[in-house]
Ligand binder design. Structure first.
Ligand code: NAP
Length: 274
């Protein structure tokens, strides 16, 4: 059994497969191969334009639907009740599913009416179209608003998090409310290959820097990670990383690294992170 995060009704494998920039047959094949390898958590989004390709793999696999966790997300332009409902219906149709396991607001928007958007998520949950609801790219101030003012039952915040980016504030708040954190760009988008300190830890354990970076996340309480891996070799490496045993001296070195490298900060709609 894979390590899971279980909280507020969420039961999600800590290691998932990210699918951004995977399209068509390459995406279907990659998701199908990952499921055959043992992955049981797939991350997609309306904006990725690959829900149809992911859906093909989900339809073809022999793995039971109940054993797979599927997350998808509604884009920030579709946060009115009508648009969100349309997006959900379209996502389910493309994914060939009756429900998803987790439905997230992909990015906050300055024009959104947060209580209304979260209220719509709650309705979709009550109707059984998604088992759980959550957010993505929400800094602490917005999380607080969602949880304390709106009292929305969000179970997860998906944020950029990796060895080169600190997320203590979001993590502390999420943990105080037993909200899971899913780390996106867990490999800093593959940029870790020539990272000196991480490479030294990797040499010590006879593994790759990416495996070290991934296991560092997976070892953390309440944290899941969704590396995107199209190639079989990287899917396998990430799966095998679950067995790696990092020690306190490794964690000390990683804690001492600069933590200000944000990979995803889209011009025009990035939010104030602090
Ligand atoms: N919520 C959001 O706003 C948001 C934003 C960004 C991403 N995400 C989600 O998070 C997922 C992951 O983030 P990401 O795709 O941006 O970056 P990432 O997972 O940090 O990095 C992906 C890159 O690393 C490579 N890779 C994977 N495993 C490797 C390994 N073991 N060794 C060496 N290279 C490896 C991949 O190569 P190959 O594919 O060629 O194998 C790919 O080029 C996305 O796919 C998406 O599902 C969410």
């Amino acid at each position: 059994m894979q390590p899971m995060i279980t909280t507020h009704g969420l039961h999600m494998p800590k290691l998932g497969l990210g699918t951004w920039k995977m399209y068509g047959k390459e995406c279907t094949d990659a998701v199908g191969r990952a499921l055959a390898m043992g992955y049981r958590h797939i991350d997609t989004a309306q904006m990725y334009e690959n829900e149809g390709a992911v859906g093909e793999a989900l339809a073809d696999t022999s793995v039971a639907r109940a054993d797979i966790h599927v997350t998808t997300k509604v884009w920030r332009d579709n946060l009115t009740p009508e648009a969100m409902r349309r997006a959900m219906e379209q996502s389910l149709k493309l994914l060939k599913l009756d429900y998803v396991d987790l439905y997230l607001i992909h990015w906050p928007s300055p024009t959104m009416n947060l209580p209304e958007s979260l209220g719509t998520l709650v309705k979709l949950k009550e109707e059984g179209l998604t088992t759980n609801i959550g957010v993505s790219n929400f800094p602490v101030a917005l999380m607080k608003q969602a949880v304390e003012e709106v009292q929305a039952p969000i179970v997860c915040n998906q944020i950029e998090y990796h060895v080169e980016l600190g997320q203590a504030k979001v993590l502390n708040y999420a943990r105080s409310k037993q909200i899971a954190v899913t780390a996106y760009c867990p490999l800093a988008r593959g940029l870790l290959g020539d990272h000196g300190e991480i490479s030294k830890i990797a040499s010590k354990h006879g593994c790759s820097p990416q495996q070290v970076a991934l296991k560092w996340l997976l070892d953390q309480e309440g944290v899941a990670a969704i590396p995107k891996a199209t190639r079989e070799a990287s899917q396998r490496a990430n799966w095998e990383a679950q067995k790696l045993q990092l020690d306190d001296s490794d964690r000390q070195v990683i804690a001492g690294l600069a933590k200000d490298h944000r990979v995803v900060n889209p011009a025009g709609f990035a939010v104030p992170w602090d």
